[in-house]
Write a protein that binds this ligand. Sequence first.
Ligand SMILES: [Zn+2]
Length: 408
Amino acid sequence: MKKEKTKERVPFKTGIKKLRATLLAAGGALLALIALSLLKLSPAVCEWMSRHLSRYLVSGSVCQTDWLPFSLFEWLLVILVLAGSVLLIYGIVLLCKKRFFKLLKGLCALLAAGLFFANFYMLTAGFAYNRAPLPLPHSAVKYTGEQTQDIARYFIEDYIALGEKMTRDANGDVVSPYTHDELNQRLIEEYARLDDPYFNGLTPRAKRVVNSWFMSDTGISGIAFAPTGEANVNAMTPASDLPHTMAHEMAHIKGVMRENEANLAGYYILLSSEDDYLRYCGYFSSIRTLWNAVYISNNANSERANALFRDERLARMDAERARANRFWAEYKGPIGFLSDFWDSAGTFFNDLYLKLNGQEDGVGSYDNPSTVGPTDEYDPETGEQLYDYSFSKIHQLFFGIYETKTQA
Ligand SMILES: [Zn+2]
């Protein structure tokens, strides 16, 4: 009886001893993560960490991975999925064989590894989610409806002129004048104009993902991964959408983690470029936001905005936009029958990821909204109720570029 009791206790004690190191590591990593999460609540700390730690960690990774002809992130993910599947099967086998301690040991090791990764992710990317606002040249002038209309017309004319210059394929879609490497080089040169210490000095090349069919099925155009310092893009992205996607992902690696700001950095780089193709693609991705600028500044009346965009010379680009949208909505690859499922799963996890990183709006945080609303004032001549408005950050970006170009 006594002997048997001892027999039961020994494996437990030995087991706890064996687990101690793993549990201590997991506990330490958890405490570190809690401490880092508390520090992350302070924008000043986040800004300091972004400028003095994250940028060097990420730049170090860029130096290690930029020369690789493939995306390390993509293949790590493939290995993770395969290893995860094998471990899941192994776990079920252990469960069936009632080898609970071995299963527990494995789960503790996985937990410790996950917590270590979460800490590293926080140090490379997490702090940037709560850092100071992105400093980009912009204009804070509150233009009147008529002035906004003139500015919008200025950009629309440039867009139309560029649209006529572009080389197009049989469908009428723009053909990039650059190879992928040349396009990377062009964007890296454009980013060199943003020499503010806010940004990581190194701009990575955007790498084309081999399994882009999966990204197309899930509606993903790009993914940046700060721990490996890589900006990854879907190789199937339409040529007119590609430069903005590349610039957006590069911005993440340069320390701009918030989605709306990565969009802004991409728009700025393209819209202020002297390169025809890049500027065309900048307009292709953002010109419609000027409809909203004209609308809100004209007493929330869509007449002037509609008149501007009803220009038949825009038809070719509108059709191109519609084809690009159709590609994203309708693409069906080898697992296309699960497209809706992957799409929803992708959106769900992206939303969860962004919320865990303090972005309350989740997938809504890609937007740069404007505001418009009725006031208590009325136009003395027409009796029409007057609206107040504030321009979005993209509008302000356009206005800043307009002022630079017209005042030069
Ligand atoms: Zn992004």
